[in-house]
Ligand binder design. Structure first.
Ligand code: F6P
Length: 338
């Protein structure tokens, strides 16, 4: 068999480890031929590929980003007319034939899973692997990239404590996560955040201000507020800046904000992500060998398994009120906004 691998959407630590995992298992265990498709789905449209061999994927385990490049190009755009969609369908099907691909592995987040499902519905043999720092892909307990991002965000929060304390300030830190609060929740708990704001849970600035005033009255030197980028703000303002301004206005306490940004996505994957990415990659090769297509590789408990792309399609995994971290966080006095 000849298989293609593409990486699509925002990059994250662990993608190269999973490209290596798929390729090595496909070559070593099944004698497959592997090609890397450049720039996500764009590479399928342009037939832009490179051969991947055991040698060429060697040493990828620890490197950040994706050696194949990525883009947010979708195979079927929402706004496209039926005629345009049919044209794309023809082009992609022809290109896959020209490249001689028996199956394609699509590595990506929610958008990629959706596109992978569409490709599988037009008859292509697709296996997908979930990756994102946001951890919001439905159907898997965890995505690789998340653990690394949480580690980086936690270290940043750790470092804010001392400067906040020295200046007796409120420190607001905005972390990524798109519409989900997983990074804020995990790094907030691990970094000893006092207030954690998530897109999934409503917040009230008056309550937050009261909590901050009470803390200072009790003798606390500073307060750390961890804010997910996806929380609701007024007039579409940026989460961290908005919350910091509101707090300073309401409490009169000097407040600073830090936006962590893309460092959460860059660099080498954590140990956990290297292992998860490798296991998921090798499992994708097994699914292809079994011709078990239309599936997304997933983690359930400590087992790597798979779920149908149809089940994953158009769903998001979000934080809920009954999440144990929220429940236990509340019990130890963390404010989640209300
Ligand atoms: O999905 C990963 C992510 O880093 C989100 O946390 C963030 O909202 C988004 O990508 C940023 O996207 P872009 O790379 O297009 O700026």
């Amino acid at each position: 068999m000849k298989i293609g691998i593409l990486t699509s959407g925002g990059d994250c630590p662990g993608i190269n480890a999973t490209i290596r995992g798929v390729s090595k298992a496909a070559i070593n265990c099944y004698g497959m031929e592997v090609v890397g498709i450049h720039g996500g789905f764009q590479g399928l449209l342009d037939i832009d590929t490179e051969p991947l061999t055991s040698m060429s994927v060697s040493g990828l385990l620890t490197s950040g980003g994706t050696i194949l490049g990525t883009s947010r190009e979708k195979p079927f755009k929402k706004k496209a007319t039926d005629e345009e969609k049919n044209e794309r369908k023809r082009l992609i099907t022809d290109n896959v034939k020209k490249m001689g691909l028996d199956a394609i592995v699509c590595i990506g987040g929610n958008g990629t899973q959706k596109s992978a499902y569409k490709l599988s519905k037009i008859g292509l043999n697709i296996v997908s692997i979930p990756k994102t720092i946001d951890n919001d892909v439905w159907g898997t307990d965890q995505t690789f990239g998340f653990d690394t991002a949480v580690g980086i965000a936690t270290e940043a929060i750790d470092r804010l404590h001392s400067t906040a304390s020295s200046h007796r300030r409120v420190m607001v830190i905005e972390v990524m996560g798109h519409k989900a609060g997983w990074i804020a929740l995990h790094s907030g708990i691990a970094g000893g955040g006092d207030i954690i704001l998530l897109p999934e849970l409503d917040y009230d600035i008056n309550t937050i201000s009261r909590v901050i005033m009470d803390r200072f009255k009790k003798g606390h030197t500073h307060t750390i507020v961890v804010v997910a980028e996806g929380i609701k703000t007024m007039n579409g303002r940026k989460a961290g800046e908005f919350v910091a301004q509101q707090i300073e206005f309401e409490t009169g306490i000097e407040t600073r904000q830090t936006v962590l940004g893309y460092v959460q996505r860059g660099g080498s994957p954590s140990t956990y992500d290297r292992i998860l990415a490798t296991r998921m990659g090798a499992h994708a090769a097994d699914l292809i060998a079994r011709k078990d297509f239309g599936k997304m590789v997933c983690l359930r408990g400590d087992k790597i398994s798979s779920i149908s792309l149809e089940d994953v399609n158009d769903r998001l995994k979000l934080v809920t009120e009954d999440n144990d971290l929220v429940v236990q966080g509340r019990r130890i006095g963390i404010c989640f906004g209300k």
